[in-house]
Design a protein around this ligand. Sequence first.
Ligand code: ATP
Length: 235
Amino acid sequence: MSGNIMETSGLQASYGDSQALFGIDFQLAKGELVAIIGANGAGKSTFMKALTGLVKVPANSVCLHGKPIGGLPPGEIVRKGLALVPEGRRLFPSLTVEENLLMGAFARRSGPWNLQRLYKLFPILAEKAKHPSTSLSGGQQQLVAIGRALMSNPEVLLCDELSLGLAPVVIKEIYDSLPLVVTEGMSVVIVEQDVVMAQTVSRRIYCFQEGRVSLEGASGDLTREQISHAYFGVC
Ligand code: ATP
């Protein structure tokens, strides 16, 4: 058996007759932070949805600890240890900050994360706990979305475009907090449009292009030219 916590092999995904992923081979080791980059429509979000059961895929194409989890219902996948911070945050607008965080505990596994620990990490969430989530700034709402995912005590945290719509200074604050989030060997996959940020925070990078992996490698080893070719398909 490989040392990977999670892997996909030949992962294909479609929306009706329209195929979005064409055989993605992906590996994630315990404690590793991997970034996925790629242009709009490359298939990054579809990949995240396929991992979390929001897009149906064949069982054997996604494995966690070597066991197939592809196509399981999303709640079951959370119970097995995967949690998603979705693109656009998707908070429950009618709920308070604390109620949103507690929604993440519906499929709670045993582990270090609870409200107290989250409030210690992000004191602003304790301060705003009883406020409607919609009254928070975009960056604060992103912290709620991250906190909600952590409440299930995931082994693998999947973050889809954390920086979407946020100011650069806020994006930096959020990425600065990631090492504090990635505790006890948690593994993280981020989808990130900002290539420089992706290279800075990750150990390895996968570049997607038109539903395929166009480049894969250690973040520090990839050159700007290699990434441009893989990202835009220019030769
Ligand atoms: P972005 O950065 O714009 O979010 P992405 O890399 O995440 O792009 P996806 O959203 O995964 O790309 O889209 C991959 C392909 O699947 C695109 O061709 C897109 O049009 C298509 N697609 C995505 N969602 C749906 C859907 N719900 N129904 C039909 N096609 C879809």
